[in-house]
Design a protein around this ligand. Sequence first.
Ligand SMILES: *[C@@H]1O[C@H](CO)[C@@H](O)[C@H](O)[C@H]1NC(C)=O
Ligand SMILES: *[C@@H]1O[C@H](CO)[C@@H](O)[C@H](O)[C@H]1NC(C)=O
Ligand SMILES: *[C@@H]1O[C@H](CO)[C@@H](O)[C@H](O)[C@H]1NC(C)=O
Ligand SMILES: *[C@@H]1O[C@H](CO)[C@@H](O)[C@H](O)[C@H]1NC(C)=O
Ligand SMILES: *[C@@H]1O[C@H](CO)[C@@H](O)[C@H](O)[C@H]1NC(C)=O
Ligand SMILES: *[C@@H]1O[C@H](CO)[C@@H](O)[C@H](O)[C@H]1NC(C)=O
Ligand SMILES: *[C@@H]1O[C@H](CO)[C@@H](O)[C@H](O)[C@H]1NC(C)=O
Ligand SMILES: *[C@@H]1O[C@H](CO)[C@@H](O)[C@H](O)[C@H]1NC(C)=O
Ligand SMILES: *[C@@H]1O[C@H](CO)[C@@H](O)[C@H](O)[C@H]1NC(C)=O
Length: 421
Amino acid sequence: MRTLQQHPGDFALLCCVVLLLPLLSHGADIPLGSTLSPGNSASWSSPNNTFSLSFTPSPTSPALFVAAITYAGGVPVWSAGAGAAIDSRGSLRLTSDGDLQLVNGSGAVLWSSNTGGQGVAAAAVQESGNLVLKNSTAILWQSFDHPTDTVVVSQNFTTRMNLTSGPYIFAIDENSGNLTLRWTSGSNTVTYFNMGYSTGSKTLSSPTLTIQTNGLVFLTDDGQPASPALVAYSSNYGESGDMVRFLRLDADGNFRAYSSARGSGAAPEQWSAVSDQCRVFGYCGNMGVCSYNGTSPVCGCPSRNFELSNPSNPRGGCKRKVDLQSCPGNSTMLQLDNTQFLTYPPEAINETFFVGITACRLNCLFVSSCVASTAPSDGSGLCFLKISSFASAYQSAALPSTSFVKVCFPGIPNPPPSPSR
Ligand SMILES: *[C@@H]1O[C@H](CO)[C@@H](O)[C@H](O)[C@H]1NC(C)=O
Ligand SMILES: *[C@@H]1O[C@H](CO)[C@@H](O)[C@H](O)[C@H]1NC(C)=O
Ligand SMILES: *[C@@H]1O[C@H](CO)[C@@H](O)[C@H](O)[C@H]1NC(C)=O
Ligand SMILES: *[C@@H]1O[C@H](CO)[C@@H](O)[C@H](O)[C@H]1NC(C)=O
Ligand SMILES: *[C@@H]1O[C@H](CO)[C@@H](O)[C@H](O)[C@H]1NC(C)=O
Ligand SMILES: *[C@@H]1O[C@H](CO)[C@@H](O)[C@H](O)[C@H]1NC(C)=O
Ligand SMILES: *[C@@H]1O[C@H](CO)[C@@H](O)[C@H](O)[C@H]1NC(C)=O
Ligand SMILES: *[C@@H]1O[C@H](CO)[C@@H](O)[C@H](O)[C@H]1NC(C)=O
Ligand SMILES: *[C@@H]1O[C@H](CO)[C@@H](O)[C@H](O)[C@H]1NC(C)=O
């Protein structure tokens, strides 16, 4: 546990050092009234410069900037406002009444710690990577309680928190203590990873996920600190050295453990929650089909009746060349062998049938809202109709599933897979 207290004398001294050296606040407390902006290259750093808070170009729009805490070498672990981006005239400011605010060039406050008037006397970036707002005796707000997509060593991830990345959310289910990964779009939610880890107790009172310095990932419970459940081993388990370990919900919807050697800027993967990336719902976008080319997941379309929605982004899904409502003739069900439309429990019960392959095809053809149907052929005899506006598919020679996609007549199959696969 990190000490939450410090001596009032040190506090006052650090304040003065900072006032003399406003741009070089290595490890010192950041006084009220301090400001970071993309224009100056200032940063707020931890005592040994292990972590620092500064503006970095937004990964999605490089002309804009994100206020991020990065590990030495450049691996980001937190950002103000979950990656909210400001223009070059904006700033991150610690107001005189103790509120930390991300402000864009127009003066609009895009994010705030909501700590104004609560007695905050200074900010600091700790050696652990935790950004704290504090008075002389206590921490009043900490970034560790408001994670964005990453959890580092010594950070507690609890049921009150979630990690987000695009349409993806990682959370601990507060009732079961299960680790969950969800895809959301509007009112649609699909839970594509839902895993329970036994801690020896039937009900978890306050499950907490942590990654240890040795690379083990544990789920602990307040009531049962002596019996943590092992969630994962990092593949470089036990390796030590000047490195940071962390868990991250990646933009591809997978949840992974990483380690990064100080100064390297690189973070090799050590474990992933979903071992088969093609089983991450929505990875290839709407009507996209995930398959493997060698060991890499690649995205394509169900048939030549479709094309990529955005040719420069295969993950952006597929669109029909001709809408079903505009078919010049009638529509038909094109058979896709070794293909499954991903179906995670609980699939809407009225879209599930116990029927054979032929009926699976015909049932969809005659339900006007159905866009595809899939028979897992796993012995269950089930057929799932895809009614919702979003469908995510997986194709592999190893899959026994047969699917059907509704297209304007005639259906034009994709060319056969290249002989390299
Ligand atoms: C994490 O939880 C442990 C055990 O409850 C606690 O001692 C520690 O202070 C917590 N760490 C942070 C940064 O909140
Ligand atoms: C900073 O580094 C020095 C030398 O490696 C070490 O002794 C000290 O404990 C470190 N300080 C913190 C706060 O980790
Ligand atoms: C600042 O943010 C506000 C609110 O999001 C937005 O309306 C405004 O256009 C932004 N200004 C700049 C310069 O980005
Ligand atoms: C610091 O904040 C804590 C929690 O609000 C409060 O109990 C304590 O009295 C404050 N200390 C000072 C010196 O203001
Ligand atoms: C994620 O957590 C934040 C803060 O706890 C909460 O406001 C938000 O609703 C959560 N989002 C989801 C999708 O659960
Ligand atoms: C928790 O995960 C287990 C699989 O590990 C699953 O069988 C169970 O149904 C899940 N519980 C809930 C409430 O989702
Ligand atoms: C896999 O896909 C990439 C890019 O789409 C391509 O450059 C590469 O040649 C493919 N590899 C194989 C083994 O087909
Ligand atoms: C499609 O149209 C052809 C010719 O009009 C007809 O023979 C066939 O039964 C139709 N198929 C369906 C599924 O309606
Ligand atoms: C399935 O049931 C839901 C809610 O009960 C309803 O909104 C939906 O339209 C139904 N789907 C079909 C295909 O009947």
